[in-house]
Design a protein. Structure first.
Length: 369
């Protein structure tokens, strides 16, 4: 490095947006500003900013990130499509396929004199991080998922805000259900893990909670509803994760034709449950609400701002320590570093015999089994 030249750090945010992303970016930039030998760049829309022609990178200074920790989304954009290992292109017949551009990606990093990468994202993004690390890239991971399904960390930022949003929805639906004497079904996010659904059901006082880890029996769900009605309470609230399945069934999904994206798009678990209840003879009026992207957007709560800020500062300190191939993680009460390879090895799922499930059962919440 020549005299006066600064080392260059590249930040990328990948996957779905999440409350707290901007707080991480801000924390990285502010911590880096204490080191006079570093400058920070943002890759627009995950690593697309490097792979596009022309490249789309932005300088991130303390002035540019001032106050962004209270804002939802990410100021450098994101995408859950494509990436260095699966870039969408059309083949000779005009059909969409993907190609591996990872070696070209590494060359472009060298061309830009990138000395370190901090990749902020969930399971898919961290698999990309691990792949880049195996190619020799100096990469640090920051876990991001509202589903809280990344292992090796107690919590991921965005999860607590998503739980707040889901709980607020349960609170509102309880009064509507009571007023109209209905069964109201709230579908929340959670592809493989039912953390949001279970937390919201307990906090909001739902009667039934259905999660991916415990396949449900529609007759047991009916039984829980009818016991409540027979007991004189003329309404019921159900929280269901989008990945919940009936015993012997599969997730509710639709085909996704978007190039470079996952082949399926989850959604419809709540509507399917309503149909199953009607077919099972439920005599009560049923309504469904899909909370959807409301869980992803908006201002992060205080917990997520603090956790995201801790992750950002720690991530840059890992850069200084050259702990490549590691991801920051929260292990109460500490922020630590864990190998990315270990973090993506398995999902962090709800334990059907764990304390949270025991609490739900103790409160009389049916889990459909």
């Amino acid at each position: 490095m020549g005299a006066g030249m600064k080392k260059r750090l590249l930040i990328a945010t990948g996957g779905g947006d999440c409350p707290g992303l901007n707080a991480v970016i801000r924390a990285i930039v502010k911590r880096a500003s204490h080191e006079r030998t570093w400058e920070v760049l943002g890759s627009i829309d995950a690593f697309d900013g490097i792979l596009r022609d022309p490249m789309h990178l932005v300088e991130l200074t303390p002035e540019k990130v001032a106050g962004i920790h209270v804002c939802g989304g990410t100021i450098i954009g994101t995408t859950n499509k494509g990436g260095p290992f699966a870039w969408p292109v059309k083949d000779e017949h005009g059909a969409w396929t993907t190609v591996d551009r990872s070696q070209e990606f590494v060359q472009r990093l060298r061309y830009q004199n990138i000395d370190a990468i901090i990749n902020i994202g969930g399971d898919g993004s961290q698999r990309i991080s691990q792949g880049l690390f195996e190619l020799g890239c100096p990469v640090i991971g920051v876990p991001k998922t509202i589903d809280n399904d990344l292992s090796d960390t107690d919590f991921t930022f965005g999860f607590q805000t998503a739980v707040d949003v889901a709980t607020d929805a349960v609170d509102k639906l309880v009064t509507t259900a009571a007023s109209h004497h209905r069964v109201l079904i709230l579908e929340v996010m959670g592809r493989y893990a039912g953390w949001i659904a279970l937390h919201a059901a307990i906090a909001g006082g739902a009667e039934v909670c259905l999660i991916p880890e415990i396949p449900y029996d529609i007759n047991k769900v009916m039984e829980a509803i009818m016991q409540r009605y027979d007991g004189g309470r003329g309404f019921a609230n159900i929280v269901i994760a989008e990945g919940a399945t009936p015993i012997g069934g599969e997730m509710a999904f639709s085909e996704n034709e978007t190039p470079g994206a996952m082949k399926i798009r989850l959604g419809g678990a709540g509507m399917r449950l309503a149909d199953e209840l009607r077919k099972a003879g439920c005599p009560i009026e049923i309504r469904e609400t899909i909370l959807g992207h409301l869980q992803r957007g908006g201002t992060p709560n205080a917990f997520d701002r603090i956790l995201a800020s801790q992750f950002g500062v720690k991530a840059f300190e890992l850069v200084l320590a050259k702990k490549w191939g590691h991801m920051v993680a929260y292990r109460h009460p500490n922020i630590i570093a864990v190998p990315i390879k270990e973090a993506i090895k398995e999902y962090n799922l709800v334990n059907p015999k764990g304390n949270l499930v025991k609490t739900a059962r103790g409160l009389g919440i049916s889990l459909g089994d």
